[in-house]
Ligand binder design. Sequence first.
Ligand code: WT7
Length: 648
Amino acid sequence: MSEQKVYPVPANIAANAHVDAATYEAMYRRSVDDPEGFWGEYAEQFVSWFKPWDSVLNYSYQADDLHIEWFKGATLNVTYNCLDRHLETRGDQVAIIWEGDDPNEDRSITYRALHDEVCRLANALKARGVEKGDRVCIYLPMVPEAAVAMLACARIGAVHSIVFGGFSSDSLRDRVLDSECKVVITSDESVRGGRHIPLKRNADTALQECPNVDTVVVVSRTGGAVEWVEGRDIWYHEAIAAADATCEPVEMDAEDPLFILYTSGSTGKPKGVLHTTGGYLLYAAMTHKYTFDYQDGEVYWCTADVGWVTGHTYIVYGPLANGATSLMFEGIPNYPDMSRFWQVVDKHQVNIFYTAPTAIRSLMRAGEEPVKQTSRKSLRILGSVGEPINPEAWEWYYHVVGEERCPIVDTWWQTETGGHLITPLPGATALKPGSATRPFFGVVPALVDPADGTPIEGAGEGALVITRPWPGQMRTVYGDHQRFIDTYFKQYPGYYFSGDGARRDADGDYWITGRIDDVLNVSGHRLGTAEIESALVLHPHVAEAAVVGYPHDVKGQGIYAYVTPMAGVEPTDALKKELVSLVRGEIGPIAIVDLIQWSPSLPKTRSGKIMRRILRKIAANEIDSLGDTSTLADPTVVNELIDGRLNR
Ligand code: WT7
């Protein structure tokens, strides 16, 4: 193997960082040797509690006794932590900078103004009968009202479930029904890249099949025309204008639910990942401060959407708990042109910038010129999230965007983990392009043999598991605790299984190799192959479908579908188009099938199981390493598929 490039910690960063290399070692050691002492101490430092805990941690990772409880007996309110406690010291500081899709539109919202609006919306929700424990669905674009809606729920103990604004009405309906939401908060339209998308219309369609939703709060984003259901629909601006600006925060148990967020798995429908209050908030605040080395007064920008966990933890909860200034961006990287990200960095003097590899790769294709038009001198720290970052993209980010001045934190984590699990810290960790490096405090990762679960010591590669809880860990799948146990704790007993594979090098640094289950990562968006297959077989001309990912230059992974048409059906390009739009309509625009190969039959074992390993190899055009095909019912199928492969 070629010699690995290592970028040492810049001295000026280390000198002023919250955590330098020696501090990391000492803190990490303590977090592992004395987890209760460690987390108890940081819980006092980062979170304001109404009542202290009886115990820091109770848990078992055994499938037959699974439970995870942090700070049992303690009470708190997340919005007290994100808003009220800052009012005296930083009430007039900007909490949220909003940058619109249109470069001429922006807003700044102070902590005081945010507190006021959150209290009003909380009262408006109460007036519509929302109580502690009720579920509220948020289907909004990237507008400040999305953060207000999240916090208004948390204020009164309602559980929010955000559905990404790019999801279809069918996806919205399924999620509203699964978590039994009684309120939906949406907007007339959303705006992205100058185009308007009719969110309210999607919501209306979805809600035709959701009889339990009695209130729809509508944010006026564009003034576009909307249908109105009298008695059900209320305007956001009218509701908050009429509401009182005083609303006491509800005292929540540390283990009361804070939010549900749906994510895709290997099988079945997306599952409602449930996060609770105390541990999640602590983990969000602490990772935000240490991973990004956030310093008081800095402007911090995470480009994710609040519809994903990254937006929850690193646009709203983490930054606001720390009293930060968090930038929220409604638009896209290439509108009005390819320099938009860097224009925004200069306009708002952004110090910390956190984005996804897919965005970096697409900007990289446009060359250096759009970057060089801008100054970017304010930038201090860069971050990456969502998928493995390839070394070429890492180097470009580092040299061209950051001008070799800004450490890149490549943060590995998941919807399930609530916050970063493996990541460099800017003042502590030497960087290797493509490596997420070291575990965060209290996180004890391990690698096991994917076949039999044997632990792998030292340098090696295997399935990535975590050996004990951290405060931000999900607690259950909403409405299906058994699924939580089966998905994460059965395959490798005694461990949390991430679904990812990883390599550990001789220095102990981790390199995430990607999903080893049937989950795809398309432009940093997570999709289950089973969901896409279910959509494809809805078409009357489709007998069977098998979906796999294949390497894609910009998206990371593309979607490759093997489709068997019904007997007598002519496989045409027109039918392919119908299938692409069927999947898009069922799931949303993030689910665009890139390649469809007509497959008169699929490679199956004698017991009828599709051998996806072979399909993945053919889709990746790695036909020389198909592996053993002798267990197939009909090995000749493979040659047919190879001949017809589309990604050559
Ligand atoms: C999956 C989780 C984490 C918030 C956004 C995505 C992949 C995420 C990295 C990274 C390599 C990464 C993993 C993980 N992933 N970050 N830095 N390096 N892979 O959350 O939708 O729950 O997806 O994204 O495969 O399992 P998510």
